[in-house]
Design a protein around this ligand. Structure first.
Ligand SMILES: [Zn+2]
Length: 203
């Protein structure tokens, strides 16, 4: 009889150890899942840092429309500009064309970041200035400019934009539009070849 006692307690001991291991495995699995989720989240969260690099060339991955009030880049645009854009976008939609806002209003910090990146990409401040303004001079920071895509939208705007007061300002930026209300009765003013020719950039 005596020899059975240790056997039982051993069996119980094994059962307890097994359930502990199972619990431990569950915890490990939960931690692994949480870590996996976090790394997924952080890789998703990291993608907006890619945005500024392509931003000034109109290759923004963002998919905001001109009707997207939740997006600060749209919501903080000048109200007359966004009004004209919405009118134009509504009419363009009848032609099967959708306007996407690749970049609209920008914070001064975002603009400075874009400029730093452009300087390193283009190799000099002079060359970067052909594409990216400073926070003090950029019409994006004041909410007066919008970069529209894709190319069928900019093609539509280059044909019809003036009817809404929407004008391309720079020859080298077919996506960059600003409001020129006088264009509705007359035509859009002549374009500057690039932003360095724009007197506003020399302030
Ligand atoms: Zn622009």
């Amino acid at each position: 009889m005596i020899y059975r006692q240790p056997a039982r307690s051993t069996t119980r001991g094994i059962r307890i150890r097994r359930s502990r291991i199972a619990a431990l495995l569950l915890v490990v699995a939960a931690i692994a899942a949480a870590l996996g989720y976090q790394s997924l989240r952080s890789s998703t969260a990291a993608s907006p840092t890619d945005v500024p690099r392509s931003d000034h060339r109109g290759l923004h991955p963002q998919r905001a429309t001109v009707f997207d009030d939740e997006t600060p880049g749209v919501a903080n645009l000048d109200s007359d500009l966004i009004g004209a854009l919405r009118e134009a976008a509504t009419d363009a939609a009848r032609d099967g064309v959708e306007f996407l806002v690749n970049s609209g209003w920008r914070s001064p910090e975002h603009q400075e970041q874009l400029l730093r990146e452009a300087v390193s990409e283009y190799g000099s401040e002079e060359e970067a200035a052909r594409w990216v303004a400073t926070a003090d001079t950029s019409p994006h920071v004041s909410g007066d400019a919008v970069d529209i895509g894709p190319s069928d939208a900019t093609a539509w705007l280059s044909e019809h934009g003036a009817e809404y007061g929407l004008c391309q300002i720079y020859g080298n930026e077919p996506w960059h539009y600003e409001l020129r209300p006088e264009a509705i009765d007359h035509a859009c003013p002549p374009m500057y070849a690039d932003p360095t020719h724009d007197p506003r950039m020399r302030e």
